[in-house]
Design a protein around this ligand. Structure first.
Ligand SMILES: [Ca+2]
Ligand SMILES: [Ca+2]
Ligand SMILES: [Ca+2]
Length: 491
């Protein structure tokens, strides 16, 4: 069953690259000078043009493998986005853009969620503040905005721990946007309330509770708040460890039980399709949280020190998201090389600085990756950030690069740009900021976010406009690398 799903997904992925290219081609041809040409075009000509664009883009994103600078690999916005493009998922009222290409349907009537529609996407049951430094992030995987509606006479959807006691309830009537989040936190100890979220908001709890969840205990969300109905038919999702005895509160045998260190950790659902592997290369096969109902396969453990606590060792960061947080919109943003006249592995698209800077997690210098993002949402973008969904980082084995995403500032860069070879110009490539807390003294890693600080309510990125961005990666070990991002936006 799982294997079949995977094959189907891969087929979807192949098919949908075409769709992505199609959307890019459309956006390119939307420039005024090309419009009349496009209108006269026959269907056959259009198809041929799309095929050419397809091939061109594929060659642009395929990077030459060379070891001259001790570092080679790939970087891009997550190509898994194309799989989402195909789902024709409707977008939300909360994050809806005018003329939104991701918007397919509206006016979905409130209905009680069923299993897999509202899921636990990230959580922890301990942190630097101790046993009560907890959060449970929920995600709307239903494919549409969801209005919470208790399956019985209760008050909403309950998140309960395996003792059967609800910790928080998402109240009836709450609208969780498609791909949006809802955040439950333990107000006694939660330490990430200042992690950035939306415009002027931070990752505070949408709902709070004060009763500790024991280490390695299971957690489940039910489509009711009535404790007597916390049963399998009413369960939307669950996650627990191998040491959890109550199978209602986990899926499969559970995630590997953790040694209860009070570290800045989280378990988050794989959003790339490589299960958090540092050594698996190639494009991401997905860009939404993975839920195969097998906790051990679906969740990835990260912490800000790359600690070995029993569930895999991986530098990264917790990233709690609430109702106000930006939402993954890969399908509505085109990502290109900063200068498509130059090779992806060469300046100005990729700059290697060999200056050793151990204090900034750059013992072997830095890799500076520059990309141009174009807003195709149909409306203004007022908040933009990038979620690191896949990266080679600590503890990478020999031969694989150990990269540490860092904060960067704007630089002025000379570009050629089409028509290639007919003169250069200077552009400002904006920096990106590693979002803290959580404090990331070792640099970012899996699940870290980098924000585009120039995109704000006062200075939005208009529909059709582009942002030149850079991503500065400290190098602690040279070797083959990968670096994949999801784009998160607010209108
Ligand atoms: Ca706890
Ligand atoms: Ca599930
Ligand atoms: Ca998250």
């Amino acid at each position: 069953m799982f294997g079949k799903e995977l094959r189907v997904r891969n087929q979807l992925f192949v098919i949908c690259i075409g769709l992505l290219i199609l959307s890019l081609a459309i956006s390119a041809s939307a420039k005024p000078r090309k419009k009349s040409k496009k209108q006269k075009e026959t269907a056959a000509q259009k198809e041929a043009r799309i095929r050419r664009a397809n091939a061109e883009r594929a060659s642009l994103l395929r990077l030459s493998i060379q070891r001259s600078d001790g570092l080679d690999g790939s970087f891009t916005a997550n190509t898994g986005r194309s799989a989402v493009r195909a789902s024709s998922a409707p977008s939300s009222g909360m994050v809806q853009f005018v003329g939104d290409p991701e918007l397919a349907a509206r006016g979905i009537a409130p209905a009680t969620a069923s299993a897999g529609q509202i899921i636990i996407s990230e959580f922890r049951v301990r942190g630097p503040n101790g046993a009560n430094d907890e959060f449970i992030e929920l995600y709307n995987a239903s494919g549409a905005d969801h209005t919470v509606a208790d399956s019985g006479a209760g008050t909403g959807y309950a998140v309960a721990a395996s003792n059967g006691v609800a910790r928080c309830v998402i109240p009836n009537g709450t609208v969780i946007p498609n791909k949006g989040h809802y955040l439950c936190v333990n107000s006694v100890g939660y330490s990430l309330a200042s992690y950035p979220a939306g415009n002027g908001t931070t990752a505070t709890g949408d709902a709070t509770y004060t009763t500790d969840i024991p280490d390695n205990a299971g957690i489940a969300i039910f489509n009711t708040s009535i404790a007597a109905n916390f049963t399998l038919p009413n369960r939307l999702d669950a996650v627990g460890s191998t040491s959890e005895a109550n199978t209602l509160y986990k899926e499969g045998t559970g995630y590997p039980a953790l040694v209860p260190f009070s570290i800045d950790y989280a378990f988050y659902r794989d959003t790339c399709g490589k299960a958090g592997s540092i050594t698996t290369f190639g494009a991401c096969s997905r860009d939404t949280p993975k839920d195969t109902d097998n906790n051990a396969a679906d969740f990835v453990f990260v912490d800000t020190n790359g600690t070995s606590a029993g569930a895999g060792q991986r530098l990264g960061a917790p990233g709690p998201q609430n109702l106000s947080s930006p939402i993954q919109r890969n399908a509505s943003v085109a990502a290109d090389l900063l200068d498509i006249c130059a090779a992806a592995s060469s300046p100005p698209n990729r700059v290697r600085d060999f200056t050793s800077d151990p204090a900034n997690n750059s013992t072997f210098g830095t890799l500076d990756v520059r990309l141009t993002f174009t807003n195709n949402t149909g409306g203004n973008v007022t908040r933009m950030r990038f979620n690191v969904v896949d990266v080679t980082t600590f503890p990478a084995p020999s031969g694989i690069a150990d990269l540490r995403p860092r904060t960067s500032t704007a630089v002025v860069v000379t570009v050629d740009r089409p028509p290639c070879g007919s003169g250069t110009s200077n552009v400002t490539v904006q920096g990106t900021t590693l979002e803290q807390p959580p404090s990331q003294p070792n640099g970012g890693g899996f699940n870290s976010t980098l924000s585009a600080g120039t995109v704000t309510l006062a200075t939005p990125l208009a529909n059709g406009a582009s942002l030149d961005s850079r991503f500065l990666l400290g190098i602690q070990q040279t070797g083959t690398f990968k670096f994949y991002l999801n784009v998160e936006l607010l209108p």
